[in-house]
Design a protein around this ligand. Structure first.
Ligand code: PLP
Length: 446
């Protein structure tokens, strides 16, 4: 922008460079997307100047007559976008990010030390689903504040092992089971998961984190988790294609009973809202909420439905193209917007491939696969189609993408061999990756 350029040329230069990087690269990061100019307009708007703690029409600050209407409009559109009856479901659109939304939601229903089960991180779960290392070190604060136990994939099929989840849940007796993932390419059986929470006891909640797939759910191209969930969290910037932020949906009808089984005045609705403010957050990001409201309007269009159909079709096509080139996929394929390549048969790790592809303007991310021993050199690559489908990539382009990935993997393998034969032995995974990047920078073949 002109005024930024005059005031701060240094920062303006970084903005120009980042714009150029985004324009000239192929983004295959499954959690990223390109949002609309209307979203940008609102993110950079006067709404950001305003404080508005607490719920619409009940604020701790004056001057919120328009902000109130914006937040209520955003809530209304959020419920409409996911086809929810406002008598049954409510939504809080204030959480600042997906990780915050999960902490807010879990601590609304769990006491400190309460029990939670989520998909293990190396099996595709998110950090905030309670990850701690095998040695018991809390990596996410969720596992520091709550008592967490992971569930995992069936290593033969690459699918969630619901039977073992059920067996362990009946022993562990969690109050929350989290459905949802960051790197799972198959459909989740919400019905089965709700049956498991019901078997644990009637105070066990199914919390679905649909962050990755919420755009696909809104467009009706993937099954909706709402029928079987008590709480649903989501980010708003991944497949949904809105601003960075998050939402928490909750069943309005849930009212707690006391030890004698008598209903109390406490509801899930009250607890989610109280956990958001004042427990975890202060002033909401009103510019983000306004931007989310316009993104949700876009979600409810036929063009958006078509876009999400294309996201899934492109991903299925890319999976087939990769398989033709001898790539092995965790679970053998995909039903959604992402796929997970297991590089073990190529004998090169995801970190090296990621850094090589970055050099040729392809952004992709390394990912753990469940056989991994090292988190710094995981053997997986996660590939997603939402961002490039927004940029109108179709079959022809994704066929090329498969070709580039194959070339990148083969070259990374070759450079890895060169590195292993090199006289200079570097210790530690970080040092080795640095050395590998140097080889990439010097290679004429890249
Ligand atoms: N939940 C899932 C399933 C995610 O994949 C992510 C982010 O990757 C999050 C939550 C966290 O979102 P954020 O990065 O906005 O904190």
């Amino acid at each position: 922008s002109k005024s930024l350029k005059a005031l701060d040329p240094e920062l303006n230069n970084f903005l120009d460079l980042e714009k150029k990087r985004q324009r000239e690269s192929i983004t295959l990061i499954a959690s990223e997307n390109f949002t609309s100019t209307s979203v940008f307009d609102l993110l950079g708007s006067e709404f950001q100047n305003k404080y508005s703690e607490n719920r619409p029409n009940d604020r701790y600050y004056g001057g919120n007559e328009y902000i109130d209407q914006v937040e209520l409009l955003c809530e209304k559109r959020a419920l409409e976008a996911f086809n929810l009856d406002p008598n049954e479901w409510g939504v809080n659109v204030q959480p600042l990010a997906g990780s915050a939304a999960n902490l807010i939601a879990f601590s609304a229903v769990l006491p400190v030390g309460g029990k939670l089960m989520g998909l293990d991180l190396p099996h595709g779960g998110h950090l905030t689903h309670g990850y701690s290392t095998k040695e018991g070190k809390s990596i996410s604060a969720i596992s520091k504040y709550f008592s967490t136990m992971p569930y995992q994939l069936d290593t033969k099929t690459g699918l969630i092992d619901y039977d073992t989840l059920e067996k362990n849940a009946l022993l562990f007796k969690p109050k929350v089971i989290v459905a949802g993932a960051s790197a799972y390419s198959r459909l989740i059986d919400y019905k089965r998961m709700k049956e498991i929470t019901n078997k644990v006891n009637k105070n066990c909640y199914l919390v679905t984190d649909m962050a990755h797939i919420s755009g696909l759910v809104a467009a009706g191209v993937l099954p909706s988790p709402f029928e079987y969930s008590d709480i649903v969290t989501t980010t708003t910037h991944k497949s949904l294609r809105g601003p960075r932020g998050a939402m928490i949906f909750y069943r309005k009808g849930i009212r707690y009973t006391n030890k004698k089984g008598v209903e109390t005045p406490y509801t899930l609705e009250k607890d989610i809202n109280f956990s958001t403010f004042p427990q975890h957050q202060g002033g909401p990001f009103n510019h983000t909420i306004a931007a989310l409201a316009v993104a949700l309007k876009q979600v409810m269009t036929p063009a958006y439905k078509k876009y999400q159909q294309d996201v899934v079709a492109n991903c299925a096509f890319l999976a087939e193209e990769l398989k033709k080139r001898n790539f092995e996929l965790v679970s053998g394929g995909t039903d959604n917007h992402l796929l997970l390549i297991d590089l073990n048969n190529f004998g090169v790790d995801g970190a090296r491939v990621e850094s090589l592809l970055e050099k040729i303007n392809i952004s992709i991310n390394k990912n753990t696969v469940f056989t991994d021993k090292s988190a710094l050199f995981p053997m997986g690559l996660r590939v997603g189609t939402p961002a490039m489908t927004t940029r109108n990539f179709g079959k022809e382009e994704f066929a090329k993408v498969a070709e580039f990935i194959e070339k990148g993997v083969l070259l990374a393998k070759k450079l890895q061999n060169d590195q292993q034969q090199s006289a200079e032995k570097v210790k530690g995974p970080r040092g080795q990756l640095k050395q590998f990047k140097q080889l990439v920078a010097e290679s004429e073949e890249v």
